[in-house]
Design a protein around this ligand. Structure first.
Ligand code: MN
Length: 501
């Protein structure tokens, strides 16, 4: 399900025709070596494609427009090897619509003290040329990433790799389609939002269907298909009968198998990549989708509970951004549930009624059947497990009425050594940065939701860069957060977004 194009990134070196052919030949050769190194590093998730050196307004404009038109191009990386008068870049930049990375590097790592002369200085002056380029991009108010450092440095290549994933998030955001088969939970504020504005800002298509439309797909799943999937479940997961009758248990599991198959068919036929449900609106379904939704999320679908389409789209987005990461630790819909307020060990138990993605599981998940304390349906089957330990980001997208705000909290999932035998849902236990007290205070001041899109495999920098590219506000809660500064930041941002609207 997590399909996206085989994207590439273009490498465009800026220069001018003032330096003569000899110099331009050297510039092109240096760019070729850098691109070759980047591609052979094995550290970049996507290929870099070398473009001819850009030396005038016409070639710059042509390059950016070709990048716009090429469906496989997810962004342009620019580097001014020499001085490249930036007025030449205005028209091209004005027409360019994809992610932009300004790599501020230099071919030589060290100053060649013994041989340096004016020829060398003129050929290797990105310290000079990249400032001219940076000026015009800033003056034009164009959002871009700037990465500084030698092109062989591991940290530079790592940051380029991270940026590429952000760029994929920018490119793929406008392909996200969310289906709502349940409206927002009655009376709830934070999961609401302006869907028109979301399509303008993020490109998300958010459509509503009657729950009965998708329930028809569930009802028409054959018994044979259900039985086959149930036996697959029994092969893949532990079964926690806990005193329930074996046959009755299996019948409950079969309901989720039917939901999984029916939902999957509906999503595929209608080309949706994320889904929301609401336990208040389940006409035609015998259980709240639990195990079924968990498995769809595992396959890359976005999910938001109680009609939360913003989080559903964010989960999908973050799954796309992390696609193909080696040893990925997982990405899930999540909810702040219960605190542990023991002094010095403060943490938040994360969970949901059912729907936590198994990609974050630390062990083989188990199937459990238990009553749902809310709603009026049968006891739903669900996967239970605890999460991996490690650092991640918890993201909440909220609608403040006049703008969207993305809140990004760095968190650390703790090992869950003490069993919770009566907890019938999957869970994580995390400590928000800088600590629970300041982290939660800042989160509440920012208006962050109880629902989050969580990932071990993305950084706050990547999420912030994505938000910047989308033109929305982003606030970080991390080791540097203090309440005094954070409150000021929110206050200043509110003015800034009033002016920029
Ligand atoms: Mn919820």
């Amino acid at each position: 399900m997590l399909t996206s194009k085989v994207y590439k990134f273009w490498f465009a070196t800026g220069s001018q025709d003032l330096y003569g052919d000899e110099c331009l030949k050297e510039v092109a050769e240096h760019s070729r070596i850098i691109v070759e190194h980047l591609n052979q590093s094995g550290k970049l998730p996507f290929e870099v494609v070398l473009k001819p050196t850009l030396i005038d307004s016409a070639s710059i404009r042509k390059c950016f427009n070709e990048a716009n038109a090429d469906e496989t191009c997810a962004g342009v990386i620019t580097w001014m090897h020499t001085f490249s008068p930036a007025k030449m870049w205005i028209l091209g930049l004005q027409e360019y619509r994809k992610p932009l990375l300004h790599l501020h590097t230099q071919f030589n790592r060290e100053i060649p003290y013994d041989t340096i002369d004016m020829d060398f200085m003129n050929t290797n002056q990105s310290a000079h040329g990249d400032r001219e380029f940076g000026h015009i991009v800033s003056r034009m108010g164009i959002e871009r990433k700037v990465i500084v450092g030698h092109w062989k440095d591991e940290q530079v290549v790592k940051r380029m790799a991270d940026w590429m994933r952000t760029a994929i998030g920018v490119m793929e955001s406008s392909h996200i389609r969310v289906v709502r088969v349940g409206d927002n939970m009655r009376d709830v504020a934070v999961t609401e939002g302006d869907k028109v504005e979301a399509e303008i800002k993020f490109g998300w298509e958010i459509d509503a269907y009657n729950i009965t439309d998708i329930a028809e797909y569930v009802q028409s799943v054959s018994k044979g298909d259900i039985d086959a999937l149930v036996s697959k479940y029994y092969d893949s997961y532990n079964i926690l009968l806990e005193g329930r009758d074996e046959e009755e248990f299996k019948k409950h599991v079969a309901v989720q198998a039917g939901i999984e198959i029916g939902f999957r068919r509906f999503l595929e036929e209608h080309n949706y990549h994320a889904i929301v449900t609401n336990f208040q609106m389940l006409s035609g379904l015998n259980q709240l989708p639990g195990l079924a939704i968990q498995r769809l999320m595992e396959d890359g679908y976005g999910f938001g509970a109680e009609g939360d389409w913003k989080t559903a789209a964010m989960v999908r987005l973050m799954k796309i951004m992390t696609k193909g990461i080696k040893n990925a630790k997982g990405t899930s819909f999540m909810e702040d549930y219960t605190y542990h307020l023991e002094l010095g060990k403060e943490a938040i138990l994360q969970s949901h009624m059912l729907e936590v993605c198994p990609t974050i599981a630390n062990e083989k998940p188990s199937i459990k059947v238990a009553p749902l304390s809310m709603g009026n349906r049968q006891d739903p089957a669900r996967l239970v497990f605890t999460s991996k330990a490690g650092k991640g980001v918890a993201c909440s997208l909220v609608d403040l009425g006049n703008r969207f705000r993305l809140i990004v909290n760095e968190v650390e999932c703790l090992p869950q050594d003490k069993p919770m035998p009566h907890l019938p849902v999957a869970s994580a236990l995390w400590k928000p940065e800088p600590n629970l007290i300041t982290g939660a205070e800042a989160w509440i001041l920012a208006g962050g939701a109880h629902h989050t899109a969580f990932s071990y495999d993305l950084t706050a920098e990547q999420m912030g860069d994505w938000a910047a590219a989308m033109g929305i506000e982003c606030v970080f809660i991390d080791k540097d957060t203090t309440i005094r500064n954070f409150k000021n930041e929110l206050r200043w941002n509110s003015i800034s977004y009033m002016l920029n609207r």
